[in-house]
Ligand binder design. Structure first.
Ligand code: AMP
Length: 283
């Protein structure tokens, strides 16, 4: 595995492949887990070269404490990437990603005004900027994003359209622990009681899926999900929304939309967990 720390060195390497062999990119913020590794293994199978970027992007944190506390373990990440024979790891410095401090004013209208966008002001502007910069440097043929961050995935698809980027965006299904908890770099911060309770998040999404399938009114589904999660006493729902899977706008009456998405954010002490599930009606 080759490790590059500057855009110039990485580009010299990638120029050997460009136009001849496909380049896959998996952007990450490090603190890698099996979810990241599954995406990387998939990209390694599909592409001649796979780049894993590791960059904790300050621009996407609206809370400085959250940024300071974000888990970082470069040596462990590198070892994990070596173990799966990742082709290239790119670990840039902030000054190389943001040579100019000012962010581009990229916006996504209604897509960014709900859920994560509403609770984390500026978050998607930061995400869009870093992804655009990484795409400009790497020019991947395919870039992979997890469905776990469903709203982010939709925003990135829009970004690529907005800037006519020549990169295909591929969604990767959420990878879960055996008990259903979506894998996340933040899970290590859960205390014992919170970790024990956390599988209820996915269980409540499964319940929502079943209810939606059976055309139970959206308001009732939301109430049941809240009740189930709050029964743990250590988890607090920040939002649970049933949205149109394409527009991310809330679904009010569930007989109006065939493809929905249930999206949830839960607070466990200082740790914020998100998850989501596809919803569909019984025909
Ligand atoms: P992060 O390092 O958390 O920014 O995540 C990097 C990429 O991995 C993003 O596209 C995430 O959506 C994806 N990802 C993170 N956790 C999971 C998971 N449990 N399953 C699938 N993809 C994930």
């Amino acid at each position: 595995m080759k490790i590059f720390r500057t855009p110039g060195d990485l580009q010299d390497e990638l120029n050997l492949y460009r136009g001849k062999k496909s380049i896959g990119l998996v952007p990450t913020m490090g603190a890698l887990h099996d979810g990241h590794l599954s995406i990387l293994k998939h990209s390694l199978k599909q592409n001649a070269v796979t780049v894993c970027s590791i960059f904790v992007n300050p621009a996407q944190f609206n809370d400085l404490k959250d940024l300071a506390n974000y888990p970082r373990d470069e040596d462990k990440d590198i070892q994990m990437l070596k173990n799966i024979n990742c082709s290239i790891t790119f670990i840039p410095d902030e000054k190389d990603i943001y040579p100019v401090k000012k962010l581009l004013d990229i916006s996504f209208g209604d897509l960014e005004n709900v859920m994560e966008g509403a609770f984390r002001p500026g978050h998607f502007k930061g995400v869009a900027n870093v992804v655009k910069i990484l795409f400009d440097i790497i020019k991947p043929d395919v870039a992979y994003f997890g469905e776990k961050d469903f709203q982010q995935l939709m925003i990135i698809k829009k970004l690529v359209q907005q800037f006519n980027m020549n990169t295909a965006i591929e969604a990767f299904p959420t990878v879960r622990e055996k008990d259903g908890l979506a894998m996340s770099s933040r899970n290590i911060y859960l205390n014992k009681a919170e970790r024990k309770a956390a599988p209820v998040i996915y269980q409540s999404l499964l319940l929502a899926k079943k209810m939606y399938h059976n055309k139970i009114p959206v308001g009732h589904i939301k109430m049941e999900v809240m009740k189930k999660i709050h029964s743990t006493e250590v988890l607090k729902v920040q939002y649970f929304e049933i949205v149109n899977a394409d527009t991310l706008q809330p679904v009010e009456e569930n007989n109006t939309i065939a493809a929905g998405r249930g999206c949830i954010a839960v607070q466990a002490s200082d740790t914020r967990l998100i998850d989501n599930i596809a919803l569909a009606f019984a025909e």
